[in-house]
Design a binder for this molecule. Structure first.
Ligand SMILES: [Zn+2]
Length: 130
């Protein structure tokens, strides 16, 4: 069996079956169930059941910027995915890639540099999302 990232806590774990997406911590099981219900609810609400993954869509430069801002503010990938209405599994891959490729670090450095200069990029995150 391969080692896998828990989609809730991001820690490595060894899945006992191929479909297992989250680790064997009790909190992760609870959180995963909550996530799954929320996705299911949103699918029904927006009549999206025909599309199996309505929350998977393209990631742009703006997405990267917003994700980095959330990350700087200490929000977890799960929180960010929910806020951005993204499929969590898909988002996790994108997020982990941002970290491992060094892109997250670069964007954060750029934001910090600009903040020091008094430039807030692009606008405050909260304003953007309301
Ligand atoms: Zn976990």
């Amino acid at each position: 069996m391969n080692i896998r990232h828990c989609i809730v806590c991001q820690k490595y774990f060894i899945p006992k079956n191929r479909k297992r997406k989250y680790c064997y911590e009790k909190e992760c099981a609870i959180e995963y169930e909550r996530m799954r219900k929320r996705l299911e609810y949103n699918r029904k609400k927006h009549n999206l059941h025909r599309h199996p993954y309505p929350y998977i869509r393209e990631y742009t430069d703006t997405t990267e910027l917003i994700v980095a801002m959330y990350y700087m503010d200490g929000f977890s990938p799960l929180y960010i995915a929910n806020e951005l209405k993204r499929d969590y599994e898909d988002f996790s891959k994108f997020f982990n890639h941002m970290i491992s490729s060094g892109k997250m670090k670069k964007i954060i450095e750029m934001i910090e540099k600009n903040r020091k200069k008094g430039v807030v990029l692009p606008v405050s995150l909260k304003e953007r999302l309301i």
